[in-house]
Design a protein around this ligand. Structure first.
Ligand SMILES: Nc1ncnc2c1ncn2[C@@H]1O[C@H](COP(=O)(O)OP(=O)(O)OP(=O)(O)O)[C@@H](O)[C@H]1O
Length: 270
């Protein structure tokens, strides 16, 4: 997969300098192909239907749509955690799937650096070799300054960026990210969106569920689940735009500000 090189402890890294870090690409191409996907949970309405797409290494993909339309559910289906109600997902060449959840979690008394270095140690690296890489990954998300802070002392936004840095160090083939900018201020959200948009360029498939227009715009491919909602018979036949391979609008459901993870009740559509 990729290797982030450089970066020294104590040296401030800007998002710009870190995002230009030298990274070596993956050896084999990967493709995730979804065909005719539809999903509903027992006793609930169909969330989306007739959804087909191809996700390729090197592209960051945004999954958009109103609250409750099934963005997180589609991430679960991509990960293989949830079986689709209809259709198939072929994860060709994808062995390792990473996931950054909406709500960050960590060990309260462990430092931020401990969290990011952990997946590198698990891969067999020595701490002395792993730390520079972990700090470089933290630099990608403008978090190097917090390396020595215990997890419990991090803000929600810092903890969320920490999870992103840790996921990068885990070197997954496919990285699934749920609402990465939900707890961030506008400037930091813009920076994180930019980094996520470029991350896939280093040999991963990156899939981001988001409400954020900036994040959507930073991605190379957009799947707008609003286009795959079941047709309302009262409105007649409306053919969905083929937005799974291109860009489409966030429409009226993009919030003006970055919402907190639980600002809109699950399942409630605006
Ligand atoms: N295990 C489950 N069983 C039953 N219903 C579920 C389950 N998981 C999710 N749902 C429902 O499915 C719908 C889609 O949920 P999901 O979390 O995928 O939406 P979302 O688009 O990610 O929403 P948000 O933008 O608010 O995070 C919601 O109505 C939710 O309550």
């Amino acid at each position: 997969m990729f290797l982030i090189r450089g970066g020294r402890r104590g040296k401030a890294a800007t998002a710009k300098s870190a995002s230009t870090a030298e990274i070596s690409p993956a050896a084999s191409p990967m493709r995730v192909v979804g065909e005719g996907l539809a999903h509903r949970f027992p006793g609930t309405d169909v969330l989306f239907e007739h959804l087909s797409f191809t996700l390729e290494a090197g592209r960051t993909v945004a999954i958009c749509g109103p609250s409750g339309c099934g963005k997180s559910t589609l991430l679960s289906i991509l990960a293989g955690w949830e079986r689709p109600w209809a259709g198939t997902v072929d994860r060709g060449g994808v062995r390792r799937v990473g996931w950054v959840f909406q709500n960050p979690y960590g060990v309260a008394e462990r430092t931020a650096l401990d969290h990011v270095v952990f997946p590198l140690l698990a891969q067999g690296m020595r701490r002395a070799d792993a730390e520079p890489q972990a700090l470089e990954a933290m630099g990608l998300f403008e978090l190097e300054y917090a390396a020595d802070r215990p997890f419990a002392a991090l803000s929600g936004g810092e903890a969320q960026r920490l999870m992103l840095a840790r996921a990068v160090c885990a070197k997954p083939d496919m990285l699934l990210v749920d609402e990465p900018t939900a707890q961030l201020d506008t400037r930091t959200a813009h920076s994180v969106s930019h980094v996520l948009g470029n991350l896939a360029g280093h040999g991963m498939i990156v899939v981001v569920a988001t409400h954020d227009r900036d994040t959507r715009d930073a991605c190379q491919q957009v799947i707008d689940l609003a286009d795959y909602a079941p047709a309302d018979p009262a409105l007649g036949d409306s053919s969905p735009a083929d937005s799974a391979q291109g860009g489409s609008s966030l429409g009226d459901y993009a919030p003006a500000e970055h919402p907190t993870a639980d600002s809109t009740p699950k399942g409630e559509r605006p």
